[in-house]
Design a protein around this ligand. Structure first.
Ligand SMILES: [Zn+2]
Ligand SMILES: [Zn+2]
Length: 155
């Protein structure tokens, strides 16, 4: 089966990337770390692998954090492009809002639903996970809340 080619880029247009992946899945993470780094109620993340993503133009800068891993972003406009995690070198998550056609994906699941904004209505039949999700392959989708497991454990 041929790989799909997906394209995307940052807000200022300097960073452009291509993803060649067979059946990438998009998921939403509602954890507090994702809320902080997006400034919104959740993040849409496309689960992919390092070899599947090619940055074809622009300059990427990186921010390293213990709780979220490394966030790679446009060095000019700051748009987040992808996340990589020390504990999971075989996977990266592309910030799906930067795709040219984000509507091509519906969320496979929602992680850290316990942190979801109470006013936010999810799609009918949405699959919710209280914390991190288990992907179909049985692999743990390490959440960018990661080790800290955030507000669910507060009480
Ligand atoms: Zn930019
Ligand atoms: Zn998260």
């Amino acid at each position: 089966m041929a790989s799909n080619l997906l394209r995307g880029g940052c807000a200022c247009g300097s960073v452009r990337y291509e993803i060649r992946a067979r059946a990438p899945r998009m998921f939403c993470c509602h954890c507090r770390a994702c809320q902080r780094q997006s400034g919104g109620p959740m993040l849409m993340l496309l689960a992919t692998k390092p070899g599947e993503l090619a940055v074809v133009s622009g300059k990427i800068a990186a921010y390293h954090s213990v709780s979220i891993g490394t966030r790679h972003f446009c060095s000019i406009c700051g748009s987040p492009i992808y996340l990589s995690r020390v504990g999971n070198p075989g996977a990266i998550s592309v910030f799906a809002g930067t795709l040219d056609h984000p509507e091509a994906f519906k969320p496979a699941f929602h992680a850290f639903a316990g942190d979801k904004a109470s006013w936010l209505q999810l799609e009918p039949g949405a699959k919710l996970f209280a914390r991190q999700a288990v992907e179909p392959a049985g692999r743990q989708a390490k959440s960018h809340g990661g080790k800290r497991s955030i507000s669910i454990e507060r009480k």
